[in-house]
Write a protein that binds this ligand. Sequence first.
Ligand code: MOS
Length: 696
Amino acid sequence: MSTEAVGHPYPRLEGREKVTGTARYAVEYPVDGVTYGWAVPSAVVRGRITRVDTTQALASPGVLAVLHHGNAPRIAPGQQPELWLLQEPVAHYRGQYVAVVVATSLEAAREGARLVHIDYDTGPHSTVLTDDHPGLYKPDHVNPSYPTDTAEGDFDAGYAAAPVRVDATYRTPAYHNNPMEPHATTAQWRDGRLLVHDSNQGASSVQATLAELFELPPESVRVVARHVGGGFGSKGYAKAAVVLAALAARHVDRPVKLALTRQQLFGPIGYRTPTIQRVRLAADTDGRLTAICHDAISQTSTIHEFTEQTAVYTRSMYAAPHRRTTHRVVRLDVPTPFWMRAPGECPGAYALESAMDELAVAAGIDPVELRIRNDTDVDPDQGQPFTSRNLVACLREGAQRFGWAGRDPSPRARREGRWLIGTGVAGSSYPARARPCSATATARPDGSFLVRVNATDIGTGARTAMWQVAADALGVPPERVEIHIGDSALPSAPVAGGSMGTASWSWAVMRAAQALREKLRDGGPPTEEVTAEADTAEEVGGQPTRPRYAYGAQFVEVRVDADTGEVRLNRMLGVFAAGRVVNPTTARSQLIGGMTMGLSMALHEEGLLDERYGDWVNHDLATYHITGCADVESIEAYWLDERDDELNPAGVKGIGEIGIVGAAAAVANAVHHATGVRIRELPIRLDKLVGVSGLA
Ligand code: MOS
């Protein structure tokens, strides 16, 4: 038995390529005869296009074509209405792509786009989510396929009878995904076949979507995504860039590179919906929850129903005999919201974990202790025991590492000069899922191995993790293993999303390696290549359905300037229980990345929509603020050595999203402890703090 590669902090396999700039991203491949596409967004919120005047654009130097609904190649409707682009003379929201200019240079395409004139017939629009919007309705389900509402016991009676109660409404604004690499594609047609180098979270899924839209057999479409500069959910499906590039390349019969601009990422690629969440909690005088209710409101577009599963977190997190959750959604004249790191759990946990803090104050119980008292081994929603649940262990270990003991619970108890100091805590959880996947393993005569699986590395270290898993499964040192990912020509695999990439891919890789070892029974390298394949569809599909989650505890110490309301973090510390950790280096980055995004949400991020124009005013990184190093002095992530053999062969739970869950609540709770001010509407801007009470 060789030394295990899993658990060892290997540096990323492609690290050198990335830091030296030789790793190629979607629009960085040299292509002969390439042209450049520039997307033209709708200038109105909703309207009928009455005229497209391309005269000036076509006369501009270098411009080859202007595609619009009148001349673009036809595509099938498909399952994602957002992708049925340039097919009808209609704009469903401001920013929706209504034309593409193709030119011999990027600059010429951009100038051409400026010269396209489009007239619209417009009507009234509605773009702002309110809790009394007349269009609010109850959808059939929430994402991905959860029941819309749940109820057990009698919430109203339980709530009315309880001695300690909290009734609070929390609001989160729209959040915009900003991967470093924008949505970008190089598209080429050859003999009726489509090749795209595309920035996405799953090349197999994009391949299937393109095949559907362009009515091609899947094998006529190849999607390469060798390196991807972030996604956070926004690249979880094919998006506009790849469709526009493919349409344009077919139209001009030349390769087309099309990258969205930073400004164009704000909206049409999907964003996290704003939410309005009312949480009611009731407890006995010992802080044991008796009633929990979470009512969530969010928005979707007029063309596609996407309902964030905001209250789903609350269904399984803490126990109580009387429970209710509801979701309502409204169709607005806006782009369709989409996945953003921990969709559902992230905004939902902000509300519930804030309300838990309010309950701790109301009951006079330490907030760590309150969560421990309301722990449960049985999923309150499913009524079955969790495969493993180490929330309490995370809380205890976090409290110990953070130095929580002896905390004076009174707000404004600590002051250092002009800084008010406070600490806060929040729980965290995220489902541990897996999807069917296929992979192959090949033994070569020289004693090396090749493992192929269409996993995607969106910057997480997935390639390295799969290489480690493969080496252990083959029983050889990783140096003898070559891993190929990021190409739809490889065995089909699910997306890098939902924190289920590693669980899904490693399952297939381990099964392929096992099958190969069976074939090579007599040992020693074969005289010619031997390949074994695996497909986990049956095994994963037949999984028992006991509830399975990763858990965490987030701790934060803030300081708030008593004069200006400025919030800074002295430290942020998370402890997570997420099964087996494949690579401590990349895992730590993932967890810290999630926590950083939660901090960003707590203090800065806010899509500000101007109702008159139905568009976000702040659509660049100068005006849409994100967190920076100056906001926090130290972020630490730890994990428990958790073994859970019921999950999947690798024993992993996924770590992509758990780091963000609860992080914003921990910040908000610490701000309350520091100042006595409870901010229930993110972000926690200084004007909200100063405005409330005059801190000094
Ligand atoms: Mo994640 S929001 O499922 O990529």
